[in-house]
Write a protein that binds this ligand. Structure first.
Ligand SMILES: Cc1cc2nc3c(=O)[nH]c(=O)nc-3n(C[C@H](O)[C@H](O)[C@H](O)COP(=O)(O)OP(=O)(O)OC[C@H]3O[C@@H](n4cnc5c(N)ncnc54)[C@H](O)[C@@H]3O)c2cc1C
Length: 476
């Protein structure tokens, strides 16, 4: 916690407006990565956070001797993905990442490792053989669609899967759709399941160049096997935030417990040309002149903060952004119950239970639980019509009905109601963008780029922001 002492020390009382090269709103992982990258590129940066801590939904804290993360986390693409690129370029220290083992699927009383290849899929007998064969045909249909030039970001899962699948297979697809995109199979684009690995900025040709790489990605999906670039940071996900904090140079000021309440956008858009600029940012304590603003807060708040001075179609799109709510239940267990090295996907076909994804994080790092105990986090998606108390009750019911032996072993229960990502990746809802109609305003975070998910998505957005700033002449 010494790290946070250092940051709190930088909090200052009311002062005259100050001039920074870059003002960053929000000190979650996206704001922190942006602050680190831009300050190391020589910019004077101020990072403004309304809470009295940094990290947003990427933190780890103590509960009764256990160290819980803000939701179960596995970090993806650590071999060559966006977070790895940012760590290599800008981190002075990097967290120690440990392998996560396998993903196990548990449904209808059976359990098996997740099928990553054709061979594993054909022996994945938690689903009926007829459905597995039908789904294989779907994969070949997709190959055909790609060769015919269809853009799979416009095609939903429901459009391509057979209509006569069993309840069990529908539940399995529903699970994947909600946990990977935050939306139902009726709204989930197929492209998400074929996400490419490499990062390349191609502002002009992003859509037109999309179909060729799909062929390789489909091939990987069918033949590829289990990814080996997914890890967990030893010590908890806070370690990623801690690594950023100790890497921040002196030209970053971090302001905690300070909320941005308005963003002054001057000028008008004329004939589609960008002619608007952010002039000033006002918080509940201060005012900041800025030449560049990076916004990592909720897309829903941006129109209000800018006082209605953004183009109507842009605002309409942000209003249509959808988010899902999640509930995480952390259980401290008296002794080891989950002994398999990996996480578990509990898929439910019974409507009175809920799908959940669980990770016994103390298997990855025993220091997260007191000696001889186990810490396990269960993540649930909260349906729109269910209130938090009711959801907690249903979650506990799902856990203890599925594994009755757990009930007598629980010595700590901790609940977290959080929004995992600031936008669902859904065909029928709005989605933000790193680029905005305002010359010197960029947005970062999980609502701004349709790539991957979570921290990886946030890191992609930061890379894109850096590239766009360079192209726009706002960055060397
Ligand atoms: C249950 C759960 C499970 C998850 N699992 C995974 C996983 O397995 N793998 C993975 O990679 N990711 C996972 N994630 C997602 C990941 O944690 C988030 O996508 C990521 O941390 C979001 O970072 P962010 O900076 O974009 O947003 P946030 O963390 O939301 O940060 C935004 C910050 O901006 C601040 N802010 C907002 N408005 C203002 C304002 N007006 N003034 C000042 N400050 C403001 C907020 O207080 C906040 O600190 C999970 C999340 C949850 C909740």
């Amino acid at each position: 916690m010494d790290l946070f002492y250092g940051i709190s020390n930088q909090i200052k009382g009311p002062q005259l407006s100050k001039n920074f090269d870059v003002v960053i709103v929000g000190a979650g992982i996206s704001g922190l990565l942006s602050a680190l990258a831009l300050s190391k590129e020589g910019k004077n940066v101020v990072l403004i956070e309304k809470d009295n801590y940094v990290g947003g939904v990427c933190r780890t804290y103590d509960v009764d001797g256990y160290r819980v993360d803000t939701g179960p986390h596995i970090i993806t693409r650590l071999d060559s993905g966006p977070l790895k690129i940012l760590m290599d370029r800008y981190f002075d220290v990097v967290p120690k990442f440990v392998p996560i083992g396998k993903y196990y699927v548990r449904m209808n009383g059976g359990g098996k490792p997740f099928p990553w290849s054709i061979r594993e899929w054909m022996t994945f007998d938690l689903l009926p053989i007829e459905d597995r064969s039908l789904m294989m045909k779907t994969a070949f249909d997709l190959m055909y669609m790609v060769s015919a030039g269809r853009d799979l970001s416009e095609v939903t899962i429901d459009e391509v899967v057979p209509s006569n699948l069993s309840k069990t297979t529908i539940a399995f697809l529903d699970y994947l759709s909600y946990f990977m995109l935050g939306t139902s199979t009726a709204n989930a684009p197929v492209a998400r399941f074929l996400d490419r690995k490499e990062y390349k900025l191609d502002r002009a040709n992003e859509k037109s160049s999309i179909s060729i790489p799909y062929v390789g990605r489909l091939y990987n999906l069918l033949i590829g096997g289990r990814p080996n670039d997914q890890m967990y940071p030893r010590g908890g996900i806070q370690r990623i935030v801690d690594s950023i904090i100790v890497s921040l140079p002196k030209n970053v000021e971090v302001k905690l417990s300070e909320e941005v309440v308005s963003i002054d956008v001057e000028g008008v858009r004329d004939g589609g040309q960008k002619a608007q600029e952010v002039e000033r940012v006002t918080t509940d304590r201060d005012e900041y002149e800025c030449s560049t603003l990076i916004y990592s807060g909720s897309p829903h708040d941006l129109p209000g903060l800018t006082g209605g001075n953004l183009p109507v179609d842009y605002v309409e799109n942000l209003r249509n952004v959808e988010q899902v709510d999640s509930l995480t239940v952390w259980l401290g267990l008296d002794g080891e119950t989950f002994t398999q090295p990996g996480s578990e996907m509990w898929v439910s076909t019974d409507p009175s239970y809920h799908h959940t994804w669980l990770i016994p994080t103390s298997n990855y790092d025993p220091h997260l639980a007191p000696k001889g105990k186990q810490l396990v986090g269960f993540a649930f998606i909260v349906p729109k019509d269910v209130d938090p108390e009711e959801m907690r009750r249903r979650a506990m019911n799902t856990i203890f009905t599925t594994m009755p032996e757990l009930e007598g072993r629980v010595e700590m229960v901790h609940y977290q109601e959080l929004v995992p990502e600031k936008a669902c990746w859904s065909i029928n809802s709005g989605f933000g963008d790193v680029e905005t109609p305002v010359d010197n305003l960029y947005c970062v975070g999980s609502s701004t780029i349709k790539r991957s998910m979570g921290l990886t998505r946030s890191a992609y957005s930061v890379l894109r922001m850096l590239d766009l700033m360079k192209l726009d002449g706002n960055q060397k």
